[in-house]
Design a protein around this ligand. Structure first.
Ligand SMILES: NC(=O)c1ccc[n+]([C@@H]2O[C@H](COP(=O)([O-])OP(=O)(O)OC[C@H]3O[C@@H](n4cnc5c(N)ncnc54)[C@H](O)[C@@H]3O)[C@@H](O)[C@H]2O)c1
Length: 373
């Protein structure tokens, strides 16, 4: 899809819908990037929006309609729960607003494809989390790999294992429902990192299980409440990519031993340990044959945090150029995760049909804090 430069000038007007847990991390950045102007924060619970508006000096707060109908809002940042992502994003498309939406892109292929088509028909941009791959950590890995330091990239290995988020998240039930679980909640970070390295996934195979039928909220006002576990909480998945490369990934909410952010890419000459793909920064380790210790490589480039993708989309909007974290990329990640879930059910390999578009590298001197519009 190609876009003309926008006719508006100056900083891009933004509204956030969804004033929950993660809105804080976004607003820390969105409210300080000079190329963005956060005009509205909205939520079904207006009190939640009001609290964030006061905390971050956002001029207007209210119900989602306020954001959707605001004449100066050009991008809606959709930070609602997974089950509401497509509904809120579609409402934004229908209101003529560009949309940044949190992961997962959708709960199923049908609604995700419907959103892609609606946005395409309306000439609306879709941007989607994760934007962590635009950060210093994964962009430094990209430069190392593209420079040929590990030779030809061949295989990947990722691990995310924790006891589960119900100990710290005050409203964790949605993380154990359709569209979440460790695969759909954390998979986007790990699969996006693999897809950025190897290209599109062509087929997957996986096994999965759930150790407990219910869990208990561990913090906040609802602590002690029991809720149902509706999805596998341990998934072990293999993927094969378009160039024949392969990967193996574990996504688990069942491990007392924490092992998060493990991503290794092995090439014909060396192995590269990447930083945690859920973060924007971190150091890299390059393991060469015969070396007892790895070479430590610090990440370089911008590492501001969540919101970088919104800024990239806003600048691209003004310039009429492609943005990097696209709906098509997120749809391919979603399609791959749905295929993994189907493989858990069927016990068979599942072909992945969609494609991941390539996205341009982030320049090392990209400056989010500089006013450019
Ligand atoms: N919490 C994290 O650490 C984290 C990290 C990265 C990404 N995310 C993603 O961010 C999204 C939000 O997660 P969270 O932890 O902030 O959840 P949350 O439950 O804390 O907040 C979600 C907010 O969205 C509001 N909401 C729900 N449906 C709505 C609708 N239809 N219209 C308007 N508002 C609506 C809720 O009232 C709530 O205030 C999820 O997709 C999650 O996967 C969360």
């Amino acid at each position: 899809m190609s876009f003309a430069p926008s006719t508006r000038k100056g900083p891009v007007g933004v509204a956030v819908i969804g004033a929950g847990n993660i809105s804080k991390q976004y607003l820390e950045n969105l409210t300080v990037f000079p190329d963005l102007k956060v005009l509205v924060i909205a939520d079904l619970f207006v009190e939640a929006a009001e609290a964030r508006a006061k905390e971050y000096g956002i001029p207007e707060f209210g119900a989602p309609e306020l954001a959707l109908n605001h004449p100066d809002v050009e991008i809606i940042v959709n930070l609602t729960i997974p089950a509401a992502h497509v509904e809120v994003a579609t409402a934004a498309v229908n209101a003529g607003k560009h949309v940044w939406t949190e992961k997962p892109f959708s709960l199923d292929r049908e609604s995700g494809l419907g959103l892609l088509k609606a946005a395409d028909a309306a000439g609306i941009r879709l941007g989607t989390a994760p934007d962590t791959f635009l950060g210093a950590g994964l962009q430094t890995a990209r430069r190392i790999i593209e420079r040929g330091d590990i030779g030809t990239p061949l295989t990947g290995m990722t691990t995310f294992q924790t006891p589960g988020p119900e100990s710290w998240h005050p409203n964790p039930a949605f993380l154990f429902q359709h569209g979440a679980g460790p695969l759909f909640d954390m998979g986007p970070y790990y699969l996006t990192a693999l897809i950025q390295t190897f290209g599109s996934i062509r087929k997957v195979a996986a096994v999965g299980s759930s150790a407990k039928a219910t869990r208990v909220i561990g913090s906040g006002p609802k602590a002690g409440e029991e809720f149902a576990v509706e999805v596998p909480t341990h998934v072990s998945a293999m993927a094969q990519f378009e160039g024949g490369q392969s990967s193996h990934s574990v996504f688990s909410f069942e491990s007392p031993r924490l092992r998060m952010g493990f991503v290794e890419i092995t090439g014909s000459e060396a192995t590269l340990s990447l930083p945690d793909p859920n973060y924007f920064d971190g150091e890299l380790k390059l393991w060469r044959p015969g070396a007892e210790e790895p070479e430590i490589i610090p990440a370089t480039g911008p590492a501001n945090g969540r919101g970088l993708g919104v800024l990239d989309m806003a600048r691209a909007l003004r310039a009429g150029t492609p943005h990097r974290a696209t709906g098509d990329l997120a749809y391919h990640v979603l399609d791959s995760m749905v295929s993994i879930a189907e493989s858990v059910e069927s016990g068979s390999f599942v072909d992945v049909i969609s494609n991941a578009p390539a996205s341009a590298a982030v320049p090392e001197d990209w400056a989010p804090e500089t006013a450019t519009l």
